[in-house]
Design a protein. Structure first.
Length: 685
């Protein structure tokens, strides 16, 4: 396991950029300053202002916002302390603030009746149903207590980088994860604990966990690793400052783990699981019409009229797309306009749904995925028939004692035994003649979604690849169907997402090259569209350019229509509301900011959104409501020192006892806090 994504995972559980995306620190501005000079860059962005439809109308709003004093201006950067909790030795439970947990009264979008679920396949396909049920895909996600693997046990460990202790308690089908912090008093502990609801991952390598909070799924910072048989930090969390239990799981995050979901009406960010593990219809398509045809008297000849998808009968490109919907992992992913991951249907080309991007000519080492590696293999390039299912049977699980023979036989379909070049006796002595051990060596890693066995089939060791040009983001799979303007749009959005995504893990020369691509793609896109951005994602990408260039009014003018044209709760709408809220706060317009903070609370329920709204409310002298949102902020992220400090000040006259509790928590957090200087780091008691 998880789009943070923080990087990559994003893409999936195990990482997400959702909470911090586009929060560009002013101190980082020089890294992204275009080489042509700020003035010229501003002129390019400003030119868009004349072509924004409806911008002036959309921008009309409150004109008499009260000015918030500098003392109460919010710092919306992530909190800098250690974690305390919503339970235990902390504040009393706060009242719900407009985003109560999902209950039966919540309205969900109607389910697509063409999908009937895997259980409907059992009657006619009992053998395939049984054998598929034994594969790892069939246990990709399940409720706690339903794991068929022996594995996780109660335990705990001390995480040195963050100076925190983590504990797991398992009692039957119940599992609780805790985060424990040492405080000044030897006997006092402040803890955060959540009951887990879902286990993600087959357990072949690891299990990661999810729980619900206020109707949103969250990821636990704890993962159980089979190789070590122990608990450890989830991918992306093994650092001094990590998201703790605050990382939200989006619908796209569970796309590669769940069979089917149902989204809430009017809020794409909230959903429920309809079919937990990967299902038959994820590879074969919707089954209702197929079932009706075979149950009725309609004649079917040579499968011509049968709508079910058989991957083995598809072209290589379309067959691979079924696997690539999950196993293609790029640096960035850009969907086609108006769709998301869940819009993909087996039998379609993946490029009609999205484009995944990789680095070309990167000078630093990077982990790449199965698809990129396979497409570099001579075995793949020299044939038109080699696909994923040439070596992987999706309906059968290869056991450990079958692995060597099974994969050797797959190789021998094309290669004669003598082709290896190493005498058979030596091969048997070395590794029992296991082709993959030599030609697809295993790369040990705890990072999910990374290639474990190198899928670039070859003779190793291989020399490093030669880099003959600047680093760029390019499609992992070269598009063939979409037009040049759409290709340019997706590339432009991908580069923008990477630059403003808050995770620049490139060296200086590579960052410079990506900045150049950023400029180039923006100019070409504007020229090709005659200066008129037409889709929400493009508008939003250009809005962040405008914000960075200091054109805040233009940024809001671009972001507003992007929000209106996108689905509520989608990533575009969330990032658009985030941008406008930030700009409004910078311009001291708390009423405008409050409108967008309330939407953000509805769509992502972040502690910084509640804090920002509280500051806006204080500017309007709505102290009582501000306190409620500050308490909600520390309930979500209880190490939010600034929120505790604000509460202590606001409650000092009306409720001294609660004010004292907040001051005590602040002192505990300061005692436990992780500093940037390792020499100042508190020692474990």
């Amino acid at each position: 396991m998880a789009s943070n994504r923080k990087r990559r995972s994003a893409k999936g559980i195990g990482g997400s950029k959702q909470n911090d995306a586009h929060r560009l620190d002013p101190a980082d501005a020089n890294r992204f300053s275009p080489r042509r000079g700020r003035a010229q860059w501003i002129s390019i962005i400003a030119g868009m202002g004349l072509l924004i439809w409806g911008a002036a109308v959309w921008m009309r709003g409150p004109v008499s916002d009260p000015v918030v004093s500098p003392a109460t201006q919010p710092d919306l950067t992530p909190p800098q302390g250690a974690q305390v909790s919503r339970r235990g030795d902390t504040l009393e439970p706060s009242q719900p603030v407009g985003n109560e947990s999902l209950v039966s009264t919540v309205n969900f979008e109607p389910l697509d009746p063409s999908f009937i679920g895997s259980n409907a396949c059992r009657e006619c396909h009992p053998k395939q149903f049984q054998t598929f049920g034994e594969t790892t895909h069939a246990i990709s996600l399940r409720s706690i207590g339903e794991s068929r693997n022996a594995g996780p046990e109660s335990g705990g460990f001390f995480h040195e980088p963050s100076n925190r202790r983590f504990e797991v308690s398992i009692d039957g089908s119940q599992m609780v994860h805790r985060e424990v912090i040492d405080v000044a008093d030897d006997d006092a502990k402040v803890i955060s604990e959540y009951p887990m609801e879902f286990e993600v991952g087959s357990g072949t390598h690891a299990h990661t966990y999810m729980f619900s909070l206020d109707g949103f799924l969250h990821e636990s910072p704890l993962t159980w690793y089979r190789e070590t048989g122990a608990w450890g930090m989830s991918p992306g969390y093994n650092q001094a400052r990590h998201p703790s239990f605050t990382r939200k799981i989006s619908a796209d995050c569970v796309f590669c783990h769940a069979g089917r979901i149902q989204k809430q009406v009017g809020n794409q960010a909230k959903f429920r699981l309809v079919e937990e593990p990967i299902s038959c219809e994820r590879c074969h398509g919707a089954g209702n019409l197929h079932a009706e045809l075979h149950a009725g008297s309609v004649a079917i000849e040579d499968d011509v009229d049968d709508p079910i998808v058989n991957p083995a009968k598809l072209s290589r490109e379309l067959g691979e797309a079924i696997c690539q919907q999950c196993h293609l992992q790029g640096v960035e992913t850009v969907p086609a306009a108006g769709v998301d991951h869940w819009s993909f249907r087996p039998g379609e080309s993946l490029e009609t749904n999205r484009t995944d991007y990789r680095f070309e000519n990167r000078t630093t080492t990077a982990i790449v995925g199965h698809v990129e590696q396979m497409h570099q293999s001579a075995c793949y390039l020299q044939t038109e028939t080699l696909t994923c299912i040439s070596c992987h049977d999706p309906h059968h699980q290869v056991t450990a004692d079958q692995r060597v023979d099974y994969h050797r036989n797959a190789c021998l379909k094309c290669h004669a035994d003598q082709d290896c070049g190493v005498e058979r006796a030596k091969r048997m002595e070395r590794n029992s003649n296991a082709c993959a051990d030599c030609h697809m060596p295993k790369n040990p890693t705890n990072v999910t979604h990374a290639a474990l066995h190198n899928h670039r089939i070859g003779v190793y060791p291989q020399s490093s690849a030669d880099f003959d040009g600047p680093v760029r983001l390019v499609p992992v799979v070269e598009p063939k169907l979409i037009g040049s303007i759409e290709q340019l749009r997706r590339q432009c959005v991908a580069v923008h997402k990477y630059i403003y995504g808050g995770e620049q893990d490139l060296d200086a020369s590579d960052r410079k090259a990506i900045r150049s691509q950023h400029e180039e793609s923006t100019e070409k896109l504007l020229q090709s569209l005659a200066g008129q951005p037409t889709d929400p994602a493009t508008r939003l990408a250009l809005a962040f350019d405008a914000q960075f260039a200091g054109q805040s009014s233009l940024a809001v003018a671009l972001a507003g229509p992007a929000i209106e044209a996108s689905l509520p709760g989608s990533s575009v709408s969330i990032d658009g509301h985030d941008l406008i809220a930030q700009v409004a706060m910078q311009n001291r317009k708390p009423r405008l900011a409050a409108i967008h903070f309330r939407k953000l609370i509805e769509f992502r329920n972040s502690e910084t959104d509640h804090f920002g709204l509280a500051i806006c409310l204080l500017g309007e002298r709505k102290t009582g409501e501000a306190i409620v949102h500050l308490e909600k902020a520390v309930a979500i992220r209880a190490d939010f020192v600034k929120a505790h400090q604000q509460l202590a000040e606001l409650l000092s006259r009306t409720d001294p006892r609660r004010a004292a509790r907040h001051r005590s928590i602040v002192e505990s957090l300061r005692f436990n806090s992780v500093t940037q200087d390792a020499s100042e780091k508190p020692t474990r008691k």
